[in-house]
Design a protein around this ligand. Structure first.
Ligand SMILES: [Zn+2]
Length: 460
Protein backbone atom coordinates (compact mmCIF):
# COMPACT_ATOMS: atom_id res chain seq x y z
CA UNK A 1 0.00 0.00 0.00
CA UNK A 2 1.32 3.45 -0.90
CA UNK A 3 -0.06 6.94 -0.35
CA UNK A 4 1.03 10.19 -1.96
CA UNK A 5 0.07 13.38 -0.12
CA UNK A 6 0.39 16.31 -2.50
CA UNK A 7 0.98 20.03 -1.88
CA UNK A 8 0.52 20.10 1.87
CA UNK A 9 2.24 22.64 4.09
CA UNK A 10 4.44 20.46 6.28
CA UNK A 11 5.04 21.81 9.76
CA UNK A 12 7.34 20.00 12.16
CA UNK A 13 9.10 21.24 15.27
CA UNK A 14 11.85 22.56 13.02
CA UNK A 15 10.47 23.22 9.52
CA UNK A 16 7.67 24.83 7.57
CA UNK A 17 7.53 24.17 3.80
CA UNK A 18 5.26 22.92 1.04
CA UNK A 19 6.08 19.49 -0.40
CA UNK A 20 4.73 16.06 -1.31
CA UNK A 21 5.05 13.09 1.03
CA UNK A 22 5.28 9.55 -0.28
CA UNK A 23 4.36 6.72 2.08
CA UNK A 24 5.14 3.07 1.38
CA UNK A 25 3.62 0.56 3.77
CA UNK A 26 4.08 2.01 7.25
CA UNK A 27 6.92 4.47 6.63
CA UNK A 28 7.56 7.82 4.98
CA UNK A 29 10.00 7.03 2.19
CA UNK A 30 10.25 10.25 0.14
CA UNK A 31 9.60 13.95 0.68
CA UNK A 32 10.04 16.39 -2.18
CA UNK A 33 8.55 18.89 -4.59
CA UNK A 34 6.15 17.57 -7.27
CA UNK A 35 7.02 13.92 -6.75
CA UNK A 36 6.42 11.90 -9.92
CA UNK A 37 5.56 8.58 -8.32
CA UNK A 38 2.65 6.20 -8.72
CA UNK A 39 0.66 5.62 -5.55
CA UNK A 40 -2.32 3.45 -4.63
CA UNK A 41 -3.94 6.53 -3.18
CA UNK A 42 -3.36 10.22 -3.79
CA UNK A 43 -4.49 12.85 -1.29
CA UNK A 44 -4.63 16.50 -2.32
CA UNK A 45 -3.58 18.53 0.71
CA UNK A 46 -3.60 21.96 -0.96
CA UNK A 47 -4.39 24.63 1.67
CA UNK A 48 -3.99 22.06 4.42
CA UNK A 49 -1.35 21.84 7.12
CA UNK A 50 0.45 18.56 7.77
CA UNK A 51 1.62 17.85 11.30
CA UNK A 52 3.29 14.80 12.85
CA UNK A 53 0.71 12.52 14.49
CA UNK A 54 -0.05 13.69 18.00
CA UNK A 55 1.44 11.94 21.02
CA UNK A 56 -0.45 12.20 24.30
CA UNK A 57 1.98 11.11 27.01
CA UNK A 58 -0.52 11.14 29.87
CA UNK A 59 -3.77 9.17 29.69
CA UNK A 60 -5.67 6.80 31.99
CA UNK A 61 -7.77 4.29 30.05
CA UNK A 62 -9.95 1.78 31.90
CA UNK A 63 -8.14 2.74 35.07
CA UNK A 64 -9.62 1.02 38.14
CA UNK A 65 -10.54 3.73 40.62
CA UNK A 66 -12.83 4.07 43.67
CA UNK A 67 -14.73 0.90 42.84
CA UNK A 68 -15.32 1.98 39.25
CA UNK A 69 -13.03 2.67 36.29
CA UNK A 70 -12.34 5.59 34.00
CA UNK A 71 -15.10 5.44 31.41
CA UNK A 72 -12.97 5.23 28.26
CA UNK A 73 -11.31 1.89 27.75
CA UNK A 74 -8.40 1.23 25.39
CA UNK A 75 -10.78 0.86 22.45
CA UNK A 76 -12.98 3.91 22.93
CA UNK A 77 -10.15 6.07 24.26
CA UNK A 78 -7.72 5.46 21.40
CA UNK A 79 -10.56 5.80 18.88
CA UNK A 80 -11.45 9.24 20.26
CA UNK A 81 -7.74 10.11 20.28
CA UNK A 82 -7.48 9.27 16.56
CA UNK A 83 -10.44 11.49 15.69
CA UNK A 84 -8.56 14.28 17.42
CA UNK A 85 -5.24 13.70 15.64
CA UNK A 86 -3.49 11.78 18.41
CA UNK A 87 -1.95 8.61 16.99
CA UNK A 88 0.04 7.45 20.04
CA UNK A 89 -0.81 7.54 23.73
CA UNK A 90 1.16 6.59 26.82
CA UNK A 91 -0.97 5.17 29.62
CA UNK A 92 0.03 4.62 33.26
CA UNK A 93 0.33 1.12 34.67
CA UNK A 94 -0.34 1.39 38.38
CA UNK A 95 1.37 -1.08 40.67
CA UNK A 96 -0.81 -2.39 43.48
CA UNK A 97 0.76 -2.35 46.91
CA UNK A 98 2.28 -5.75 47.67
CA UNK A 99 2.29 -6.78 44.01
CA UNK A 100 5.10 -7.00 41.50
CA UNK A 101 5.58 -4.69 38.55
CA UNK A 102 5.37 -7.74 36.31
CA UNK A 103 1.86 -8.65 37.49
CA UNK A 104 0.70 -5.05 36.96
CA UNK A 105 2.19 -5.06 33.46
CA UNK A 106 0.28 -8.26 32.66
CA UNK A 107 -2.95 -6.76 33.97
CA UNK A 108 -2.60 -3.62 31.84
CA UNK A 109 -1.47 -5.45 28.72
CA UNK A 110 -4.42 -7.78 29.22
CA UNK A 111 -6.75 -4.82 28.87
CA UNK A 112 -4.85 -3.05 26.11
CA UNK A 113 -3.40 -5.67 23.77
CA UNK A 114 -5.71 -6.40 20.87
CA UNK A 115 -8.14 -3.69 21.94
CA UNK A 116 -6.56 -0.43 20.86
CA UNK A 117 -6.97 1.41 17.58
CA UNK A 118 -4.03 3.77 18.05
CA UNK A 119 -0.45 3.04 19.08
CA UNK A 120 0.32 2.91 22.77
CA UNK A 121 3.05 2.62 25.34
CA UNK A 122 3.17 2.56 29.11
CA UNK A 123 4.72 4.41 32.02
CA UNK A 124 5.01 2.63 35.34
CA UNK A 125 3.51 4.21 38.45
CA UNK A 126 5.51 2.72 41.30
CA UNK A 127 3.43 2.75 44.49
CA UNK A 128 5.35 0.20 46.54
CA UNK A 129 9.09 0.58 46.18
CA UNK A 130 10.94 -2.23 47.95
CA UNK A 131 13.79 -4.64 47.17
CA UNK A 132 11.59 -6.78 44.93
CA UNK A 133 10.39 -3.80 42.91
CA UNK A 134 13.93 -2.53 42.70
CA UNK A 135 15.07 -5.79 41.12
CA UNK A 136 12.42 -5.43 38.38
CA UNK A 137 13.39 -1.96 37.15
CA UNK A 138 16.22 -3.01 34.83
CA UNK A 139 14.09 -5.52 32.90
CA UNK A 140 11.20 -3.06 32.57
CA UNK A 141 13.53 -0.56 30.90
CA UNK A 142 15.64 -2.94 28.85
CA UNK A 143 13.21 -5.75 27.95
CA UNK A 144 9.70 -4.29 28.14
CA UNK A 145 10.45 -0.84 26.71
CA UNK A 146 9.08 1.02 29.72
CA UNK A 147 11.68 3.64 30.52
CA UNK A 148 9.64 6.13 32.52
CA UNK A 149 8.41 5.68 36.08
CA UNK A 150 5.99 7.81 38.02
CA UNK A 151 5.90 8.47 41.72
CA UNK A 152 3.10 10.07 43.74
CA UNK A 153 3.88 12.57 46.50
CA UNK A 154 0.18 12.57 47.47
CA UNK A 155 -2.55 9.98 48.21
CA UNK A 156 -1.00 8.65 51.41
CA UNK A 157 -1.94 5.05 52.13
CA UNK A 158 -2.68 4.20 48.51
CA UNK A 159 -0.36 5.63 45.85
CA UNK A 160 2.16 7.75 47.72
CA UNK A 161 5.77 6.79 48.36
CA UNK A 162 7.85 8.62 50.94
CA UNK A 163 10.97 10.68 50.26
CA UNK A 164 13.40 7.89 51.14
CA UNK A 165 11.68 5.53 48.71
CA UNK A 166 11.73 8.33 46.15
CA UNK A 167 15.49 8.73 46.51
CA UNK A 168 16.04 4.99 46.14
CA UNK A 169 13.72 4.78 43.16
CA UNK A 170 15.49 7.67 41.45
CA UNK A 171 18.90 6.16 42.12
CA UNK A 172 17.91 2.80 40.66
CA UNK A 173 16.25 4.22 37.56
CA UNK A 174 19.19 6.50 36.88
CA UNK A 175 21.50 3.47 36.65
CA UNK A 176 19.64 2.20 33.60
CA UNK A 177 18.88 5.40 31.72
CA UNK A 178 15.26 5.79 32.75
CA UNK A 179 13.29 8.84 33.80
CA UNK A 180 11.31 9.59 36.96
CA UNK A 181 8.08 11.51 36.63
CA UNK A 182 6.01 12.78 39.49
CA UNK A 183 2.59 13.79 40.68
CA UNK A 184 4.02 16.68 42.65
CA UNK A 185 1.62 17.78 45.35
CA UNK A 186 2.15 17.71 49.11
CA UNK A 187 -0.17 14.90 50.21
CA UNK A 188 0.03 15.70 53.91
CA UNK A 189 -0.97 19.33 53.44
CA UNK A 190 -3.86 18.35 51.18
CA UNK A 191 -5.11 15.69 53.62
CA UNK A 192 -5.03 18.36 56.34
CA UNK A 193 -7.18 20.77 54.31
CA UNK A 194 -9.61 18.04 53.23
CA UNK A 195 -10.12 16.93 56.83
CA UNK A 196 -10.50 20.52 58.04
CA UNK A 197 -13.09 21.43 55.39
CA UNK A 198 -15.09 18.29 56.00
CA UNK A 199 -15.13 18.85 59.76
CA UNK A 200 -16.51 22.34 59.10
CA UNK A 201 -19.28 20.88 56.91
CA UNK A 202 -17.80 22.36 53.72
CA UNK A 203 -18.57 19.56 51.30
CA UNK A 204 -19.20 21.04 47.85
CA UNK A 205 -16.78 20.63 44.89
CA UNK A 206 -15.43 24.14 45.58
CA UNK A 207 -13.65 22.66 48.60
CA UNK A 208 -11.80 20.18 46.42
CA UNK A 209 -10.19 23.24 44.88
CA UNK A 210 -9.66 25.02 48.20
CA UNK A 211 -8.00 21.89 49.64
CA UNK A 212 -5.21 22.01 47.07
CA UNK A 213 -3.88 25.58 47.09
CA UNK A 214 -0.96 26.49 44.85
CA UNK A 215 1.59 26.05 47.65
CA UNK A 216 0.77 22.31 47.89
CA UNK A 217 1.98 21.92 44.32
CA UNK A 218 4.88 24.36 44.31
CA UNK A 219 6.37 22.97 47.55
CA UNK A 220 6.29 19.40 46.24
CA UNK A 221 7.69 20.40 42.84
CA UNK A 222 10.66 22.10 44.49
CA UNK A 223 11.29 19.12 46.79
CA UNK A 224 11.05 16.67 43.90
CA UNK A 225 13.48 18.71 41.82
CA UNK A 226 15.96 18.81 44.70
CA UNK A 227 15.77 15.04 45.18
CA UNK A 228 16.22 14.44 41.46
CA UNK A 229 19.18 16.80 41.44
CA UNK A 230 20.83 14.90 44.27
CA UNK A 231 20.48 11.57 42.46
CA UNK A 232 21.21 12.92 38.98
CA UNK A 233 18.14 11.26 37.45
CA UNK A 234 16.30 12.83 34.53
CA UNK A 235 13.06 14.21 35.90
CA UNK A 236 9.63 15.06 34.49
CA UNK A 237 6.80 16.79 36.31
CA UNK A 238 3.38 15.71 35.03
CA UNK A 239 0.38 18.05 34.86
CA UNK A 240 2.09 21.18 36.12
CA UNK A 241 -0.62 23.78 36.70
CA UNK A 242 0.67 26.90 38.40
CA UNK A 243 3.15 29.74 38.48
CA UNK A 244 4.71 28.66 41.79
CA UNK A 245 5.56 25.18 40.51
CA UNK A 246 6.80 26.60 37.22
CA UNK A 247 9.18 28.89 39.11
CA UNK A 248 10.75 25.81 40.72
CA UNK A 249 11.33 24.34 37.25
CA UNK A 250 12.97 27.61 36.24
CA UNK A 251 15.24 27.51 39.30
CA UNK A 252 16.23 23.91 38.54
CA UNK A 253 17.24 24.81 34.99
CA UNK A 254 19.57 27.50 36.37
CA UNK A 255 21.75 24.72 37.79
CA UNK A 256 21.52 22.94 34.43
CA UNK A 257 19.32 20.19 35.80
CA UNK A 258 17.33 18.00 33.39
CA UNK A 259 13.80 18.48 34.61
CA UNK A 260 11.04 18.51 32.05
CA UNK A 261 7.51 19.73 32.65
CA UNK A 262 4.13 18.86 31.19
CA UNK A 263 0.92 20.81 31.38
CA UNK A 264 -2.58 20.12 30.00
CA UNK A 265 -5.12 22.10 27.92
CA UNK A 266 -7.45 22.42 30.91
CA UNK A 267 -4.79 24.30 32.88
CA UNK A 268 -4.03 26.57 29.93
CA UNK A 269 -7.67 27.29 29.02
CA UNK A 270 -9.98 26.80 32.02
CA UNK A 271 -9.83 28.42 35.43
CA UNK A 272 -11.08 28.02 38.96
CA UNK A 273 -14.17 30.18 38.42
CA UNK A 274 -15.73 26.89 37.21
CA UNK A 275 -15.79 25.72 40.84
CA UNK A 276 -18.53 28.25 41.54
CA UNK A 277 -21.33 26.22 39.90
CA UNK A 278 -22.59 24.09 42.78
CA UNK A 279 -22.41 20.37 42.13
CA UNK A 280 -22.00 20.90 38.38
CA UNK A 281 -18.44 21.86 39.27
CA UNK A 282 -17.76 18.15 39.87
CA UNK A 283 -17.15 17.95 36.11
CA UNK A 284 -13.84 19.74 36.67
CA UNK A 285 -12.82 17.97 39.85
CA UNK A 286 -9.34 16.76 39.05
CA UNK A 287 -6.00 16.83 40.81
CA UNK A 288 -4.36 19.25 40.75
CA UNK A 289 -7.44 21.46 40.33
CA UNK A 290 -7.89 24.25 37.80
CA UNK A 291 -6.02 27.40 38.80
CA UNK A 292 -6.19 31.15 38.25
CA UNK A 293 -5.90 33.33 35.15
CA UNK A 294 -2.40 34.43 36.23
CA UNK A 295 -1.35 30.78 36.16
CA UNK A 296 -2.64 30.35 32.60
CA UNK A 297 -0.49 33.28 31.52
CA UNK A 298 2.53 31.81 33.30
CA UNK A 299 2.00 28.42 31.63
CA UNK A 300 1.77 29.81 28.08
CA UNK A 301 4.92 31.79 28.78
CA UNK A 302 6.56 28.69 30.25
CA UNK A 303 5.93 26.86 26.99
CA UNK A 304 7.66 29.60 25.02
CA UNK A 305 10.49 29.82 27.53
CA UNK A 306 11.21 26.13 26.98
CA UNK A 307 10.41 25.30 30.61
CA UNK A 308 7.32 23.27 29.67
CA UNK A 309 8.03 20.74 26.92
CA UNK A 310 4.78 18.83 26.52
CA UNK A 311 1.02 19.31 26.66
CA UNK A 312 -0.79 16.10 27.60
CA UNK A 313 -4.41 15.60 28.59
CA UNK A 314 -4.39 13.51 31.80
CA UNK A 315 -7.51 12.06 30.16
CA UNK A 316 -9.40 10.28 32.94
CA UNK A 317 -13.14 10.57 32.29
CA UNK A 318 -15.97 9.58 34.57
CA UNK A 319 -19.67 9.61 33.78
CA UNK A 320 -21.85 12.15 35.56
CA UNK A 321 -23.50 9.29 37.43
CA UNK A 322 -20.08 8.33 38.82
CA UNK A 323 -19.27 11.90 39.73
CA UNK A 324 -22.43 11.77 41.88
CA UNK A 325 -20.64 9.47 44.31
CA UNK A 326 -19.38 12.72 45.76
CA UNK A 327 -22.62 14.67 45.73
CA UNK A 328 -22.53 15.05 49.50
CA UNK A 329 -18.76 14.92 49.95
CA UNK A 330 -16.26 16.44 47.50
CA UNK A 331 -13.57 13.98 48.60
CA UNK A 332 -15.60 11.12 47.09
CA UNK A 333 -15.89 12.64 43.61
CA UNK A 334 -13.78 10.56 41.21
CA UNK A 335 -10.92 12.81 40.12
CA UNK A 336 -10.53 13.33 36.40
CA UNK A 337 -12.08 14.66 33.21
CA UNK A 338 -12.29 13.82 29.51
CA UNK A 339 -9.87 15.52 27.11
CA UNK A 340 -8.06 13.05 24.84
CA UNK A 341 -9.98 14.07 21.71
CA UNK A 342 -9.58 17.84 21.69
CA UNK A 343 -5.99 18.54 22.71
CA UNK A 344 -4.76 19.20 19.18
CA UNK A 345 -7.68 21.31 17.98
CA UNK A 346 -7.83 23.36 21.18
CA UNK A 347 -4.11 24.06 21.18
CA UNK A 348 -4.18 25.06 17.54
CA UNK A 349 -7.24 27.26 17.90
CA UNK A 350 -6.36 28.85 21.23
CA UNK A 351 -2.59 28.68 20.86
CA UNK A 352 -1.51 29.12 17.24
CA UNK A 353 -4.52 31.09 15.98
CA UNK A 354 -4.41 33.47 18.91
CA UNK A 355 -0.68 34.08 18.54
CA UNK A 356 0.31 32.52 21.87
CA UNK A 357 2.57 29.91 20.26
CA UNK A 358 3.99 29.34 16.79
CA UNK A 359 2.95 26.42 14.62
CA UNK A 360 6.42 24.91 15.09
CA UNK A 361 6.03 25.14 18.85
CA UNK A 362 2.64 23.48 18.47
CA UNK A 363 4.24 20.47 16.71
CA UNK A 364 6.87 20.36 19.41
CA UNK A 365 4.50 20.29 22.40
CA UNK A 366 1.86 18.03 20.86
CA UNK A 367 4.22 15.43 19.42
CA UNK A 368 7.97 15.89 18.94
CA UNK A 369 9.04 16.54 22.51
CA UNK A 370 7.10 13.58 23.88
CA UNK A 371 8.73 11.32 21.28
CA UNK A 372 12.16 12.63 22.26
CA UNK A 373 11.73 12.61 26.03
CA UNK A 374 10.12 9.17 26.09
CA UNK A 375 12.45 7.34 23.71
CA UNK A 376 10.35 7.10 20.53
CA UNK A 377 12.19 9.58 18.31
CA UNK A 378 12.56 9.64 15.30
CA UNK A 379 10.26 6.64 14.80
CA UNK A 380 7.49 8.90 16.10
CA UNK A 381 7.17 12.66 16.56
CA UNK A 382 8.27 14.02 13.21
CA UNK A 383 7.72 13.94 9.47
CA UNK A 384 10.94 12.57 8.03
CA UNK A 385 12.20 9.87 5.72
CA UNK A 386 12.23 6.57 7.61
CA UNK A 387 9.82 7.69 10.31
CA UNK A 388 6.48 5.98 10.91
CA UNK A 389 3.88 7.52 8.63
CA UNK A 390 1.87 9.04 11.50
CA UNK A 391 0.36 12.15 9.99
CA UNK A 392 -2.39 14.67 10.65
CA UNK A 393 -3.80 16.52 7.65
CA UNK A 394 -5.35 19.60 9.20
CA UNK A 395 -7.70 22.22 7.84
CA UNK A 396 -6.67 25.42 9.65
CA UNK A 397 -9.82 27.28 8.61
CA UNK A 398 -12.67 24.90 9.39
CA UNK A 399 -14.78 26.13 12.27
CA UNK A 400 -16.68 23.74 14.51
CA UNK A 401 -17.84 23.49 18.08
CA UNK A 402 -17.09 21.00 20.82
CA UNK A 403 -19.93 19.07 22.39
CA UNK A 404 -20.59 15.83 24.24
CA UNK A 405 -23.27 15.21 21.58
CA UNK A 406 -20.67 14.87 18.85
CA UNK A 407 -17.46 13.79 20.55
CA UNK A 408 -16.25 10.20 20.44
CA UNK A 409 -15.14 9.88 24.04
CA UNK A 410 -17.23 7.63 26.24
CA UNK A 411 -18.27 10.43 28.54
CA UNK A 412 -21.63 12.18 28.86
CA UNK A 413 -20.21 15.66 29.24
CA UNK A 414 -17.45 17.79 27.78
CA UNK A 415 -15.21 20.10 29.76
CA UNK A 416 -15.48 22.50 26.81
CA UNK A 417 -19.18 22.22 25.92
CA UNK A 418 -20.08 24.78 23.26
CA UNK A 419 -16.53 26.04 22.67
CA UNK A 420 -15.99 27.26 19.12
CA UNK A 421 -12.69 26.23 17.61
CA UNK A 422 -11.05 27.06 14.31
CA UNK A 423 -9.10 24.21 12.73
CA UNK A 424 -10.04 20.57 12.25
CA UNK A 425 -8.19 17.27 12.01
CA UNK A 426 -9.40 16.01 8.60
CA UNK A 427 -7.33 12.95 7.72
CA UNK A 428 -5.33 10.94 10.22
CA UNK A 429 -2.78 8.42 9.02
CA UNK A 430 -1.26 5.91 11.42
CA UNK A 431 1.68 3.80 10.23
CA UNK A 432 0.71 4.32 6.61
CA UNK A 433 -2.96 3.49 6.98
CA UNK A 434 -5.76 6.03 6.84
CA UNK A 435 -7.33 5.79 10.28
CA UNK A 436 -9.82 8.66 10.05
CA UNK A 437 -10.95 10.62 7.02
CA UNK A 438 -13.57 13.33 7.07
CA UNK A 439 -15.05 12.17 10.36
CA UNK A 440 -15.20 8.50 9.33
CA UNK A 441 -13.20 5.73 10.93
CA UNK A 442 -11.23 3.23 8.84
CA UNK A 443 -9.33 1.13 11.39
CA UNK A 444 -10.59 -1.44 13.83
CA UNK A 445 -9.60 -2.35 17.33
CA UNK A 446 -6.39 -4.33 17.33
CA UNK A 447 -4.74 -2.05 14.77
CA UNK A 448 -2.90 -0.17 17.53
CA UNK A 449 0.56 -1.44 18.24
CA UNK A 450 2.44 -1.59 21.53
CA UNK A 451 5.47 0.68 21.28
CA UNK A 452 8.55 -0.53 23.11
CA UNK A 453 10.27 2.68 24.02
CA UNK A 454 14.00 3.29 24.21
CA UNK A 455 15.88 4.89 27.07
CA UNK A 456 15.36 8.55 27.82
CA UNK A 457 18.08 10.16 25.78
CA UNK A 458 18.08 13.77 27.03
CA UNK A 459 18.06 15.22 23.55
CA UNK A 460 16.05 18.33 24.34
ZN1 LIG B 1 -2.85 11.41 35.59
Amino acid sequence: MSILIKNGRIITAADDYVADIFIENDKITTIGKSLAVKADKVIDAQNKIIFPGGIDPHVHLAMPFMGTASSDNFETGTRAALFGGTTTVIDFIIQKKGNTLKSALEEWRGRADGNTLGDYGFHFAVTDFNDNTKAEIKDMIEKEGISSFKAFMAYKGSLMIDDMQMMELMNEINKFGGLVSVHATNGGMIDYFVTKHKSEGKLSPLYHYLSQPEITESEATGRFNDMANQTGVTAYVVHLTCEGALNHIREATKRNQKVYAETCPQYLLLDASLYDKGFESAKWVMSPPLREKKDQAALWAGINQGLIQTVATDHCPFLLEEKKMGEKDFSKIPNGAPGIEHRIELLFSEGVNKGRITANKFAEITSTNSAKIFGMYPQKGTIAIGSDADIVIFDPNEKHSISAKTHHMNCDYSSYEGWEVTGKCKTIILRGKIAVDDNKLFVEKGYGKYIKRGKCPNII
